[in-house]
Design a protein around this ligand. Structure first.
Ligand code: FAD
Ligand code: SF4
Length: 329
């Protein structure tokens, strides 16, 4: 790890000015950043400590039935907050299933959305792949069992955040403050594919701080579900995850959002699945149709074909559960 200093800014404007300077990096819970430092993937000279910034550490209702989640709110707080549990159950479950209790008490919402990919080539200090400015994606023809089955190329990372698919399923936006002022970006637009720029995962600009996540009120009568499959029960990222938000009228799907995680370089919303189920009576056949549509565009690599049936099964189950139908074994 290189030597660095830690600076605690007085407010968000000060933080933004510091972060606009070269070799400065934002420090929230530090779970990912310190790993990246230790793995010598990044080498900032100054860490800008966001932890004491006022006004971005709470979960508050807005005037229209939605909530505002501060970037410094911990994953544990998201998982147990009554307002989140009541109206945004998939988000509470996504936060509660991430990592371990210790990590959930350190890791913040902002840091979770902005954590870097887990690709082992990226995390290896001796490898300079496309994502680090090199000219080769070593995963494409190398060891790729945890990599993308959708939206991959030229880099095949999967986005590691549990929260992101759930937040996108609820139509959430990110509020950003930087040297050019404040802006709000729909989270669906916030994350970017490697074909835009393989070295980046999102549109955060130098000097910008993610301050809040804005989640609108869910559609009338909507139910949400978050499911994930892991190799280990704890201390692990998902192999595949899915968040669904579904509202029905007399059993017919009026609103559907289906977003998969850990299958693509961005949280992967599936308009195909949403279209396949909307307007249909929600039953096992409809859920199967939605799941098949979701995975139709999949293009697995040599070692990760297992993710296709796994994701199909999770999407089907999540659609059914959001419709109140339990699978019969
Ligand atoms: C063993 C283990 C298992 C894990 N399992 C999971 C899992 O199952 N699911 C999952 O989602 N995650 C998992 N994680 C990852 C963990 O959730 C993230 O590392 C954590 O959420 C990062 O949050 P943080 O506050 O510690 O961020 P930091 O490490 O402080 O920051 C992460 C990045 O975001 C930047 N940053 C942070 N906050 C802001 C902000 N407000 N504005 C601008 N930039 C910012 C930092 O500069 C840094 O680049 C796991 C981690 C470990 C170690
Ligand atoms: S998947 Fe991305 S991070 Fe991994 S080796 Fe390829 S370019 Fe690098």
């Amino acid at each position: 790890m290189n030597r660095f200093e830690v600076v605690t800014p007085a407010d968000l404007i000060h933080a933004g000015k510091l972060l606009a300077e070269p070799y400065h990096a934002a420090l929230a819970g530090g779970v990912d950043l310190l790993d990246l430092l230790k793995q010598r993937v990044v080498g900032p000279k100054t860490l800008v400590n966001l932890k004491t910034l006022p006004g971005i550490g709470t979960i508050d209702p807005d005037d229209a039935g939605g909530i505002r989640v501060g970037a410094l709110v911990k994953l544990h707080e998201v998982s147990v907050n009554p307002a989140v549990g009541r109206n945004f159950a998939a988000l509470a479950d996504a936060a509660g299933q991430a990592a371990t209790p210790q990590i959930r008490n350190l890791a913040t919402v902002g840091g979770n959305l902005l954590q870097r990919p887990r690709c082992w080539y990226f995390r290896n200090p001796n490898v300079s792949c496309l994502k680090k400015g090199g000219d080769t994606c070593y995963a494409a023809k190398g060891l790729n069992r945890y990599h993308a089955i959708l939206g991959g190329g030229p880099s095949f990372i999967v986005h590691p955040s549990n929260l992101a698919p759930a937040l996108i399923a609820f139509g959430a936006s990110a509020k950003l403050i930087g040297p050019e002022g404040e802006r709000t970006v729909a989270l669906e637009e916030f994350f970017t594919l490697p074909k835009t720029d393989p070295t980046r995962e999102n549109v955060l600009k130098p000097g910008e701080v993610l301050t809040q996540v804005l989640i609108p009120a869910p559609p009338r009568g909507a139910r949400s579900v978050y499911l994930e499959a892991r190799e280990k029960q704890s201390f692990d990222w998902p192999l595949v995850s899915v968040a669904t938000v579904i509202a029905t009228d007399a059993g017919v799907v009026r609103h559907a959002r289906v977003v998969m995680g850990a299958v693509a370089p961005i949280p992967w919303r599936s308009p195909e699945a949403e279209k396949a189920v909307t307007g249909s009576h929600l039953d096992a056949d409809t859920a199967t149709r939605g799941a098949e549509a979701a995975l139709k565009p999949a293009a697995p690599l040599a070692d990760n074909r297992y993710k296709v049936p796994m994701a199909r099964a999770l999407v089907r189950r999540a659609i059914m559960r959001a419709g109140g139908i339990e699978e019969v074994a």
